[in-house]
Design a protein. Structure first.
Length: 364
């Protein structure tokens, strides 16, 4: 079938809207007509130099839309179902068997794992790489697997739900699934983009006693305060670690770094209270080393860990997030700005500059 897609052909990060031929769905796969797709910073990084993603390629991994066709063996969804697209997993490794698919042993989100991926997308016979995060949803249509699509309630505004498949899921899941924050506990969030703001909203849902937001953009901190942060710290003034320690009188129970900047990550470790946990949800692709203060960790029983995709089991967690959104406890629409699909380059620019928190590309 013929579709329109944003094709990234080089490392400039600027795509062209092209007509492509899409094949499928094959066995176990699902064809989705995309309603809207969120733009994530992983898309921005994947579009540029140093990315592990082969080019030409179609990116996009926060798609939401309507199922148009299912391949042989698919029973979880049917044509006409509204779905959120998310990451894929094998379903058979130890993590998947333990209902922890975000830590799947056998999935590479950046390189196609489809058995017939060479036949997936073509432009006048030329291969265009697809299957980015098992969707490549910067397109009018995308193919996922049965495990990478989640049916959602009919009354939810589908155009707002795509970010639940990655950014919101990652930030909120870190708090709800992995930290399992309890009432009375404290959290400091480094970076107030989609991941950080989702974590802040989730901390409020959890009954956190104190939430501290740190960012270098004043307008993002204003929104963080509106969404539940008790304190905000504008980066670039006094040392962040000293400010957090002064506010808390000894540190916080949890810290979440969303920046992948080694200097900031180190501060997230330093402000932990004894027995506190620091989590990283993204990392620098250049492999920048992070000095680890072993004495600080050992002396206070502090923990450093990584969290992938919010530790989510999407079939369970994404519908839960939709319910939080619909009852007003997770107002993700406050994060988003809508763009026409043809304005994807502007959406990328605004996201990179920090002017927009979560661009949504509208396909219709």
């Amino acid at each position: 079938m013929k579709i329109k897609a944003a094709v990234f052909r080089d490392d400039s990060g600027v795509p062209s809207i092209e007509e492509l031929d899409l094949t499928g769905p094959g066995p176990g796969e699902v064809l989705v007509r995309i309603t809207a797709t969120g733009v994530c910073h992983t898309d921005l990084k994947s579009a540029g130099a140093g990315s592990p993603v082969p080019k030409p390629t179609v990116l996009g991994h926060e798609g939401a839309g309507i199922v148009e066709e299912v391949g042989a063996g698919v029973s979880k969804v049917a044509p006409g179902d509204p779905v959120v697209m998310t990451f894929d997993s094998c379903g058979a490794c130890p993590s998947c068997r333990d209902a922890q698919p975000s830590y799947c042993h056998n999935t590479n989100h950046f390189v196609s794992s489809r058995p017939q991926s060479e036949y997936y997308l073509k432009a006048d016979g030329e291969l265009v790489h697809g299957d980015f995060f098992s969707q490549s949803s910067f397109a009018t249509h995308a193919i996922g697997t049965e495990r990478s699509v989640v049916k959602v309630r009919d009354d939810a505004p589908l155009e707002q739900l795509g970010p639940l498949g990655c950014g919101v899921q990652t930030g909120a899941g870190a708090v709800l699934n992995e930290f399992k924050m309890k009432p009375g506990q404290t959290l400091a969030v480094f970076g107030s983009g989609t991941l950080g703001l989702s974590a802040i909203m989730a901390a409020r849902i959890s009954g956190a006693a104190r939430v501290i937001a740190i960012d270098r953009h004043a307008h993002r901190l204003e929104l963080a305060a509106e969404l539940g942060a008790d304190d905000t710290i504008l980066a670039g003034n006094e040392p962040i670690d000293e400010q957090v320690l002064d506010l808390t009188g000894g540190g916080v129970d949890f810290t979440l770094d969303t920046t992948s900047v080694p200097e900031v990550m180190s501060q997230a470790i330093q402000v932990l209270a004894p027995r506190g946990t620091c989590a990283f949800v993204t990392g620098a692709w250049d492999g920048s080393p992070l000095p680890v203060p072993i004495r600080h960790l050992v002396g206070g029983g502090r923990i450093i860990r990584g969290i992938g995709e919010g530790g989510s089991n999407p079939d369970v967690f994404i519908p839960r997030l939709v319910d939080f959104f619909m009852d007003g406890r997770l107002p993700i629409d406050r994060l988003s700005t809508k763009y026409a699909f043809e304005d994807i380059a502007q959406a990328f620019h605004d996201s990179h500059e920090g002017d927009t928190i979560k661009p949504l590309l509208m396909m219709g």
